[in-house]
Design a protein around this ligand. Structure first.
Ligand SMILES: NC(=O)c1ccc[n+]([C@@H]2O[C@H](COP(=O)([O-])OP(=O)(O)OC[C@H]3O[C@@H](n4cnc5c(N)ncnc54)[C@H](OP(=O)(O)O)[C@@H]3O)[C@@H](O)[C@H]2O)c1
Length: 298
C-alpha cells in the first residue's frame, strides 16, 4: 500500500537514495534537508524518470522549521499526514573524546538526538490518532559498539538506540512501529564530513593517533558498500507487515558487532587501540610521526 513518507536528510547519501527508491516504489515521498538546491536536483532526477518527489526545507534542529514542514505536509495531503517517518538526518564528529569541544559535542546531540526526537514528536500524535504509523530511525553499527575517535558520534547513536527501544514498546499499543536501521560503513558524504571535523593540532597529545585517522579511513573505505544496502533495509522496514526491531546492513557490520561483543573487553580494547594508533609507543612524546597531519582531501 502506498504510504506518505517523510525522509529527513535527503539531500545526499542514504536519505537521497531512499527518497528516490521509495518514490519509484509508488510511495508519496516528502524529501527534506537544509540544502534546497540539492533538494531541487533530487526532484529533477526523479522527474527525469517520471517519478514525483515532493521536497521541503527542513532543519531538524529548528522547531519552527519542523512545524512549518508538518503544516505543509498536512495541507498537501488534505490532513492525511505522515504515515512513515524516516529519521535519517545526521552526521559524525570525529576526534578523541577529550578534545571534542563542548560546542561540537552539543551540536552533535542537537542534530542526531534532539533533532530526531523533535521531528518524531511532531509526527507521532498523527500516527497515534490514525492508529497506524512507522518511525524508522537510522542509527548505526556504532550505536551497538563503540570505536575510538568516534566516541562522541557513537554516543549519539547509543542514545538513539535506547530512545527507540523504549518508544517501540510505548507506541506499539497505538499501532505505531519503531524500527532501527544499523548501517556499517556506507559510501556517502558522511566520511568527508566526519574527517573534516577532526582538529589537526600538532601539539595535541593525541596527534599521532589523529594523523592515523586518514589511514584508518582508507582501510574502512575498502569495506564500504553503497547506500543501496541501507535503502533495501529501509524499504523492508517501510513495507513489511511486521517489521523487525533492527536491521543491520551489510552482513559484515553484523559480524563486527558480534565479534566486538563476544571478545573480552580487554581484547577488544587492545585491537581497537592498535588499529587506531592509540598505543603508548605511538603517543609517547618525541615518538616519530608516522603519518602526515594534513587533513585528507576528499
Ligand atoms: N555513511 C555511513 O557510513 C553511515 C554509517 C552508519 C550510519 N550512518 C547514518 O546515516 C545517516 C545518513 O548519513 P549519510 O551516510 O547519508 O551521510 P551524508 O551523505 O552526509 O548525509 C547526511 C544528511 O543529513 C542531513 N543533515 C545534517 N544535519 C541536518 C540538519 N540539522 N537538519 C536536516 N538535515 C541534516 C544532510 O543534509 P543537509 O546538509 O542538506 O541538511 C544530509 O542530507 C546519518 O544519520 C548517519 O549517522 C551513516
Amino acid at each position: 500500500m502506498s504510504q506518505v513518507v517523510l525522509v529527513t536528510g535527503a539531500t545526499s547519501g542514504i536519505g537521497r537514495h531512499v527518497a528516490l527508491d521509495l518514490a519509484r516504489a509508488g510511495h508519496r515521498v516528502f524529501a527534506t534537508g537544509r540544502r534546497v538546491e540539492a533538494l531541487a536536483s533530487l526532484q529533477r532526477e526523479g522527474a527525469r524518470e517520471g517519478v514525483k518527489i515532493e521536497t521541503l526545507a527542513l532543519d531538524v534542529t529548528s522547531a519552527a522549521s519542523i512545524a512549518s514542514a508538518r503544516q505543509a505536509i498536512d495541507a498537501a495531503t488534505q490532513g492525511r499526514g505522515v504515515e512513515v517517518l524516516v529519521n535519517n538526518a545526521g552526521y559524525g564528529v570525529m576526534g578523541p573524546v577529550e578534545e571534542v569541544g563542548a560546542e561540537a559535542l552539543r551540536a552533535q546531540y542537537e542534530t542526531n538526538v534532539f533533532g530526531l526526537m523533535a521531528v518524531t514528536r511532531a509526527f507521532l500524535p498523527g500516527m497515534r490518532a490514525r492508529g497506524r504509523g512507522r518511525v524508522i530511525n537510522v542509527s548505526s553499527m556504532g550505536g551497538r559498539v563503540t570505536f575510538p575517535m568516534m566516541g562522541v558520534y557513537n554516543s549519539t547513536k547509543y542514545a538513539v538506540e535506547s530512545l527507540s527501544d523504549a518508544l517501540r514498546v510505548e507506541v506499539k499499543p497505538f499501532g505505531v512501529d519503531v524500527v532501527l536501521i544499523e548501517p556499517g560503513a556506507i559510501r556517502t558524504e558522511f566520511a568527508d564530513v566526519a574527517m573534516g571535523s577532526i582538529a589537526h593540532d600538532a601539539s595535541s597529545p593525541y596527534a599521532a593517533a589523529v594523523a592515523n585517522a586518514a589511514a584508518v579511513r582508507k582501510k574502512f573505505e575498502a569495506t564500504m558498500v553503497g547506500p543501496e544496502y541501507v535503502t533495501r533495509a529501509i524499504r523492508k522496514a517501510v513495507e513489511s507487515k511486521r517489521p523487525r526491531a533492527r536491521y543491520v546492513t551489510p552482513y559484515s557490520a553484523l559480524a563486527s558487532i558480534w565479534l566486538l561483543k563476544l571478545l573480552p573487553t580487554s581484547w577488544a580494547d587492545a585491537i581497537l587501540g592498535r588499529v587506531s594508533g592509540l598505543t603508548r609507543g605511538n603517543l609517547a612524546p618525541g615518538a616519530p610521526a608516522k603519518l602526515s597531519l594534513a587533513p585528507l582531501k576528499a
